[in-house]
Design a protein around this ligand. Structure first.
Ligand code: APR
Length: 233
């Protein structure tokens, strides 16, 4: 295997599954219990903001009961020890990558621990419940806050930075994602177009598994540390 010089890693809900954070589309996944149109679209938020507040308040409170697992830790190690360019792009809104020590990290779908103000557009760290009566820490307006999460139909964050990294990487690794949601599901083709080697690490083959040069199936806490060891060896 040729030594990579520039790596982009994409993660999804599967990397946090063994920490106790539910995935979306697996059996008993989040979207089997609640309709995404009610809690993950701007229209759903306009219809019933209290329902949306409650949904993300529960998920935010749940962060206190979970911790990074061996897969999160292995990626933080890769970032620290890898001598080339490295970028970790996550679709996850949990804070487990940061808590494992990752720094070169983009939350393309936002973060549970942030609030976005519709009035002044400020994004502030947010812990605890968000209610309609909550005040924006920047402009002090009420009824203007929403979870800083990118909903269906909205543009993910920092796409220019992500596209640039994909265009110059020579190794693209996708971990714990079903490949259902764009633009993330299209990253493998962007990386291939740039001539990068492409590897999928997932419990089972994803929607786009055949777009990858190599696919390794198994639990993230087992296959990710092994793969990182292999790269650093
Ligand atoms: N180890 C590795 N992979 C796993 C594990 C595990 N322990 N458990 C589940 N997986 C895999 C599943 O096989 C599945 O392919 O993780 C994937 C999870 O897929 P989804 O639930 O669809 O989550 P994700 O791909 O991250 O969803 C993308 O969709 O709902 C929106 O905005 C939300 O960011 C999310 C986006």
């Amino acid at each position: 295997m040729q030594r990579p010089t520039s790596i982009v890693v994409l993660t999804g809900a599967g990397i946090s599954a063994e920490s106790g954070v539910d995935t979306f589309r697996d059996k008993d996944g989040i979207w089997s219990k609640i309709d995404y149109r009610d809690v993950a679209t701007p229209e759903g938020f306009a219809r019933n903001p209290e329902l949306v507040d409650d949904f993300y308040n529960q998920r935010r409170a749940g962060l206190a009961d979970v911790a990074p697992n061996a897969a999160h830790v292995a990626l933080a190690r890769l970032e620290r020890q890898f001598r080339g360019k490295f970028l970790l792009v996550t679709q996850n809104i949990d804070d487990l990558h940061e808590r494992a020590g990752s720094q070169r990290l983009i939350h393309m779908h936002g973060e549970l621990t942030k609030a976005l103000c519709a009035h002044c557009r400020a994004r502030n760290t947010w812990h605890g419940d968000m209610l309609r009566t909550s005040r924006c820490p920047s402009c002090l307006e009420v009824r203007q806050l929403r979870p800083d999460v990118v909903w269906f139909g909205e543009m993910p964050y920092l796409m220019d930075e992500i596209d640039e990294a994909l265009a110059s990487c020579d190794l693209f690794v996708s971990i714990g994602t079903s490949g259902n949601v764009y633009p993330a599901a299209g990253f493998v083709e962007q990386a291939r177009h740039a001539g990068a080697r492409t590897v999928e690490l997932n419990l089972e083959p994803s929607e786009g598994y055949d777009l990858f040069e190599q696919a390794i199936n198994g639990r993230a806490t087992e296959i990710v540390p092994e793969f990182v060891e292999h790269i650093l060896a």
